[in-house]
Design a protein around this ligand. Structure first.
Ligand SMILES: *Cc1c(COP(=O)(O)O)cnc(C)c1O
Length: 390
């Protein structure tokens, strides 16, 4: 057999070595607590699961779904956009259901990228932006996200030559892994930049509903001109604790949605109808219920930040997302601190360099861990003697 080079091009899964050590510890009966995974521990709302139970029994839902989804699903997405962000979108031309945001993010690269093309990709960033680009034969121009810029890319620093070769610009706010947010003035710059260089903007808004202290994240599509140049990806995974059901959507520019339909209708057959009905139910969740859920994460966020500060790390509470992103003691690498935490406290965190070289010097702690395990983990952390800067 001869495998395609794209299979080797994907960097080895960051967690391979760590997973091996965790497995070894667990085999010895050691209780390892993980702050590593961004997967809500809180279950899907009961009414949403009930909707699956009902609609699963309807025989028409046992047949192939349409790639562009149920009209009712698309209308619910448009209604949600209107209620949540105050913008009108055409349900039939400007929305499309996805088998999770990840599926759309990966597939959309095939709509734009030809061998040798560039995608502008944030570093650190969610890995699918770069992997999707590589699978399509393209290359990444890495945009450093730096603490001093509030973790926003400096679009003016992108050389004109790279911008001219670029087909897409990837953005993600609220951001994984940094927890940073963007406001409309930044998105306006992105729209101007995209128009100047004829680039499509892909905004990943998977964390738009996970926010704290009363903050409500904005939509990229609220920016004047955004509909002309881009789309926004949403995920019901983080918004409604639905990672296991695989449901998301893309909203925005009609031509981009049409191109993605070409890809998807030839590679997958869309989202099972019963899962779309779950999505319809979920999008009707009251803001009150979302606020209650966010209050749980906010309490955990505050505890994690408190304990990190207690051991001398300067953690900043994020306004949104599921992650606390914090700098490691000076003179240590992300991997060294990750290793020390596993060896000395049986705790798993994610090393920042796994999200790109500009993530070096940071670690990420996820808030999707039940309160009991979290407290157990945090008490180990509070008693840990973090190494002094060297
Ligand atoms: C979790 C996550 C996704 C994937 O969402 P799914 O809808 O579960 O595929 C996409 N983007 C970011 C930044 C994420 O953290």
């Amino acid at each position: 057999m001869k495998f395609a080079s794209r299979i080797d091009k994907v960097p080895p899964y960051l967690f391979v070595e760590i997973s091996r050590k965790i497995a070894a510890k667990r085999a010895q009966g050691i209780e390892v607590i993980s702050f590593g995974i961004g997967d809500p521990d809180i279950p899907t709302p009961v009414n949403v699961v009930e909707r699956l139970r009902e609609t699963a029994l309807d025989a028409p839902n046992h047949r192939y779904p349409e790639t562009d989804g149920l009209p009712e699903f698309r209308q619910e997405v448009a209604g949600w956009y209107q209620r949540r962000f105050g913008i009108s979108v055409d349900p039939d031309k400007e929305t499309l259901p996805l088998i999770g945001a990840k599926e759309g993010i990966g597939h959309v690269a095939l709509c734009f990228i030809e061998p040798g093309d560039l995608a502008l990709v944030p570093d650190p960033g969610y890995p699918v932006y770069s992997v999707g680009t590589w699978f399509a034969g393209g290359e990444c121009y890495w945009m450093p996200l730096l603490e001093e810029n509030g973790w926003l890319p400096d679009l003016d620093a992108i050389p004109a030559e790279a911008a001219r070769k670029a087909k897409v610009l990837w953005l993600n706010y609220p951001n994984n892994p940094t927890g940073a947010i963007a406001e409309l003035d930044f998105f306006k710059k992105a729209v101007d930049f995209a128009k100047e260089y004829d680039i499509a903007v892909m905004h990943d808004a998977s964390y738009s509903e996970v926010a704290y202290d009363g903050y409500r994240p904005v939509s990229f599509l609220q920016t004047p001109g955004a509909m002309e140049v881009g789309v926004e990806f949403h995920s019901l995974s983080k918004s409604y604790n639905m990672t296991g059901w695989r449901l998301g959507m893309v909203v925005g520019n009609e031509d981009i949605i049409k191109a993605l339909m070409v890809v998807k209708s030839n590679l997958d057959s869309g989202v099972p109808n019963a899962i779309q009905y779950m999505g319809i139910e979920a999008m009707r969740t009251s803001q009150h219920a979302i606020d209650e859920r966010n209050a749980i994460y906010q309490g955990r966020r505050d505890r994690v930040v408190e304990v990190l500060r207690g051991i001398g790390l300067d953690a900043i509470p994020p306004k949104a997302s599921l992650y606390v992103w914090t700098r490691v003691p000076a003179g240590y690498s992300s991997a060294e601190i990750t290793e020390l935490l596993l060896e000395e406290c049986d705790l798993v965190v994610t090393p920042g360099n796994g999200y790109g070289k500009y993530g070096e010097g940071y670690i990420r702690l996820s808030l999707t861990i039940n309160n009991e395990d979290m407290e157990k983990g945090l008490s180990r952390l509070a008693n840990w003697k973090a190494p002094a800067p060297r």
